[in-house]
Design a protein around this ligand. Structure first.
Ligand SMILES: NC(=O)c1ccc[n+]([C@@H]2O[C@H](COP(=O)([O-])OP(=O)(O)OC[C@H]3O[C@@H](n4cnc5c(N)ncnc54)[C@H](OP(=O)(O)O)[C@@H]3O)[C@@H](O)[C@H]2O)c1
Length: 336
């Protein structure tokens, strides 16, 4: 039984932000989208950015930028929407001296807090509001009357109102339209880093090395190879659908028996050998007709191996979690 806390629009009250000023530091991928959504939700915002190229887009959006120190002095809530590696420098050089009792600092990723990059005064609130999408989608979904999911945590609650304030911010940006999940900031940080370092690194390496082996060693045409690997966007679409229905069901419902058998045939061997050896094995199976023979035999056995794979996946722990996600995060045109 999954017991996780998820917040929706009805859990958040924008009125708590009514007389407060929200200072947004940074106007990049997250900063611009979140600042514009806050402004459209009638929240009083200030934006600070270095005299650098992003400053032009602040001005182009009709916002009068302020110096960091002014933002620190005038804001009740400070959202740090700059790269994690810049948090320490910006806090130490521009914020530390100006923090005042009861202010709230918000980060969009727990990295600098987890790795203790700067000192936090005891008399401020500190919260996490971490989107699960880049700024483009945050802005686009908001304008489409929807929102993207995000994670929320209260790290320090000096005012006793930190949760109410961060939920209201989440509502103003659109996160509570999709679902704002409570996640401890250290878990958010480590999970995010794990996915980048393990999952994404494996995907990038598999694609790059497959391309090079297939084109240079096996002489497949480069354009067709890359289209097949990912450039047609088929893989991307499959993963989007998997986010909706689950990693097993997406293949069971949409993939041919040949595709499903290919997955089942190689599942156990996946990631057990260097990429070039695995590729060699798969190509050998195709060129010699071995895969074709195995597929014929699998058909005669009523797709025994395929059924066993999906039974295993569909009864694995991730399936219960997938169902929870499917019923708790709100999809487009399905929110309150
Ligand atoms: N990107 C995502 O999809 C995503 C998703 C979830 C969470 N997050 C989190 O959101 C936060 C912001 O990430 P982002 O992707 O939006 O970053 P970003 O687009 O790379 O941030 C660029 C902004 O930061 C400013 N900036 C860069 N270095 C700076 C420095 N040393 N001092 C002051 N300002 C500096 C830039 O201004 P100038 O260069 O013009 O000075 C610009 O306004 C991070 O904590 C990140 O982990 C990002």
């Amino acid at each position: 039984m999954i017991k996780e806390k998820i917040y929706y629009d009805s859990d958040a009250d924008l009125s708590i932000l009514k007389n407060l000023t929200v200072g947004v530091i940074g106007y990049g991928i997250q900063g611009r989208a979140q600042a514009l959504n806050l402004r459209d939700s009638k929240i009083n915002i200030l934006v600070a950015n270095r005299s650098d190229h992003y400053l032009d887009s602040v001005i182009a959006d009709g916002i009068e930028p302020v110096p960091f120190e002014d933002l620190a002095n005038k804001s009740d809530i400070i959202m740090m929407l700059i790269p994690d590696q810049a948090h320490q420098e910006v806090v130490e050089n521009h914020l530390q001296k100006h923090f005042r009792k009861g202010q709230m600092l918000v980060v969009a990723h727990g990295y600098s807090l987890t790795f203790k990059k700067f000192k936090i005064p005891n008399d401020i609130d500190v919260t996490l509001l971490a989107p699960r999408m880049p700024g483009l989608q945050i802005r686009r979904e908001f304008l489409n009357d929807h929102g993207v999911p995000a994670f929320v945590d209260v790290i320090q609650n000096f005012s006793g109102k930190a949760l109410e304030k961060v939920l209201a911010l989440g509502k103003a940006i659109g996160f509570t339209r999709a679902g704002l999940l409570h996640v401890n900031y250290k878990d958010e940080t480590e999970l995010d880093l794990f996915c980048e370092q393990y999952l994404v690194a494996n995907i990038v390496k598999t694609i790059k090395e497959s391309f090079e082996e297939l084109v240079h060693k096996y002489h497949y045409p480069p354009v067709a190879t890359l289209m097949e690997l990912y450039a047609s966007a088929e893989l991307g679409e499959v993963l989007i659908e998997a986010a909706n229905v689950g990693i097993g069901e997406v293949f069971q419902k949409n993939a041919s028996p040949t595709c499903q058998f290919g997955i089942a045939e190689y599942y156990e061997r996946a990631m057990t050998k260097p990429v070039h050896e695995s590729i060699k094995e798969v190509i050998h199976g195709l060129k010699t007709g071995q895969f074709d023979n195995s597929l014929d035999k699998e058909g005669e056995k009523n797709y025994e191996k395929v059924n066993a794979l999906w039974n295993m996946v569909n009864s694995a722990p991730l399936t219960e979690t997938q169902k929870w996600i499917g019923t708790h995060f709100k999809k487009k045109n399905n929110h309150e």
